[in-house]
Design a protein around this ligand. Structure first.
Ligand SMILES: CC(C)[C@H](C(=O)O)[C@@H](O)C(=O)O
Ligand code: SF4
Length: 467
């Protein structure tokens, strides 16, 4: 019977699937970070358990880490963050797990580091105690975010109890206008299909618009599958994937690589395979997107205006828009391009890879950050940071007046001291614009790296085609 890519990966990893029981899945790679693992390791200690296969586990410090240049442990913002970091260090040491610590040359955001080092490879099952684990799905991986009690379970057994998700195909065809990136496509998908379209599903993204994305772009798209409510996002491995993986530090090499490639190529969904649900979207002529509200689905074309709640007939939706506009300090009918910002944040596991920084730098070169705007670039990993420095991107940013930081989650979630103040408005390349996400009272507009860069130099939400 023809199978989807997800089903193929599921079938090769199911350890036990008995009627009336939750299926048990073998996990190939377990990534972990300081924010969601302390209780999991504490649970192992209490029960006197070891990590079952420590060589499959890699721990990263990313959420609580300071990003100022020359950072040290004393720079950690508060006691709770310091405890998280120190606990991660102790746990990694005591349980024999590899750790990319604050001063490691490989440190970075877990979802940037995993693919970059070849820790996540096509066909794998990958888990992490973090919702945006879906990012790794861009390589053709079933990559799923899990809760802390599941982290403990996977550490102890290498297995995950997992209800089999439903399958969904979102096929995206067409050619967006130049300057439009995967981030705009992701926002368009969520704006069109809603923030709960993917509930209980694994989304496979396919179609010509997805095939023409780089792996970095596919990661941005799969990263935001979570904001469409999905368990995970995936893209079938193709030649672009194989070129991306070749030569990565933990990827197989030589003959083993060639054998792996054969298997990876067989992962694509078979012709005639059935999904539980299917959508088709056309991004022909799509223009840059920007969010105006407090969910990633509250988005519009950069050429547009803030919606008028009065035009919404559904009372619940109307109240939602009213509340969002109130929080965001926006007026119905206001042109997006007239909205001034205080801060621009380029970073997060959505958009902090070197390709993102190249695109942003392209729009910044020879320009200055607008007066009164604070603009910061937080590369996704030390490797991204090094490469951006070698390529001269860091200099472009610094010369323009951007702050050039050390890697971490930073202002995406504001757990490390990088945050907005109440009422501050930010154009951000991250994935969540919930109330208070970037700091209490902070106002977030989700945008692509190109739009963020254009906004930094103009001081207003900008159409990158017009600066
Ligand atoms: C801290 C962590 C649990 C959280 C997640 O799971 O996604 C964070 O990374 C986020 O982006 O909100
Ligand atoms: S960068 Fe943001 S979305 Fe990504 S893992 Fe960190 S906090 Fe979560």
């Amino acid at each position: 019977m023809p199978r989807t890519m997800f089903e193929k990966i599921w079938d090769t990893h199911v350890v036990r699937d008995e009627p009336g029981e939750v299926p048990m899945l073998y996990i190939d790679r377990h990534l972990t970070h300081e924010a969601t693992s302390p209780q999991a390791f504490a649970g192992l200690r209490t029960r006197g358990l070891q990590v079952h296969r420590p060589e499959t586990v890699v721990a990263v410090i990313d959420h609580n880490v300071p990003t100022m240049p020359g950072r040290r442990l004393v720079d950690v913002v508060d006691d709770q963050s310091a405890v998280c970091i120190q606990t991660m260090e102790e746990n990694a040491r005591d349980f024999g797990v590899a750790l990319l610590d604050m001063d490691s040359e490989d440190q970075g955001i877990v979802h940037v580091v995993g693919p970059e080092l070849g820790l996540s490879l096509p066909g794998m099952t990958v888990v992490c105690g973090d919702s945006h684990t879906s990012t790794h799905g861009a390589l053709g991986i079933f990559a799923v975010g899990i809760g802390t009690s599941e982290v403990e379970h996977v550490l102890a057994t290498q297995c995950l109890l997992q209800q089999k998700p439903k399958t969904m195909n979102i096929r995206i065809d067409g050619t967006p206008v130049s300057g439009v990136s995967a981030k705009d496509i992701a926002l368009f998908v969520i704006r069109t299909l809603g923030t709960d379209v993917g509930t209980h599903h694994v989304i496979e993204f396919s179609g010509s618009a997805v095939a023409s994305l780089t792996i970095e772009g596919r990661m941005t798209l799969c990263n935001m599958a979570i904001e469409a409510g999905a368990r995970a996002g995936m893209v079938a491995p193709d030649d672009v994937t194989i070129d991306y993986v070749r030569g990565r530090r933990f990827a197989p090499a030589g003959d083993l690589f060639e054998r792996a490639v054969e298997q990876w190529k067989s992962l694509a969904t078979d012709p005639g395979a059935r999904f539980d649900s299917e959508y088709r979207l056309d991004v022909d002529g799509l223009v840059p997107q920007v969010t105006w509200g407090t969910t990633p689905g509250m988005a519009g074309d950069i050429t547009g205006t803030v919606p008028d709640p009065a035009a919404e007939s559904d009372p619940v939706a109307r109240a939602g828009i009213e509340q969002a506009l109130e929080y965001m300090g926006l007026e119905p009918g206001q042109r997006f391009q007239d909205v001034g910002v205080d801060t621009v944040f380029i970073g997060s596991c959505t958009n902090s890879r070197v390709e993102d920084l190249r695109i942003a730098a392209d729009h910044v070169v020879g320009r200055r950050v607008a007066a009164g705007v604070r603009a910061i670039v937080v590369p996704g990993s030390m490797s991204v940071r090094r490469q951006a420095e070698e390529e001269g991107l860091a200099d472009i940013f610094r010369r323009a007046g951007f702050e050039w930081r050390e890697p971490g989650c930073s202002m995406c979630i504001a757990m490390n001291g990088d945050h907005l103040s109440a009422g501050e408005r930010c154009a951000s390349t991250s994935n969540r614009n919930f109330e208070g996400r970037q700091g209490r009272g902070g106002r977030t507009h989700l945008v692509s790296p190109a739009t963020a860069a254009a906004t930094a130099v103009t001081g207003r939400l900008a159409d990158v085609r017009r600066i």
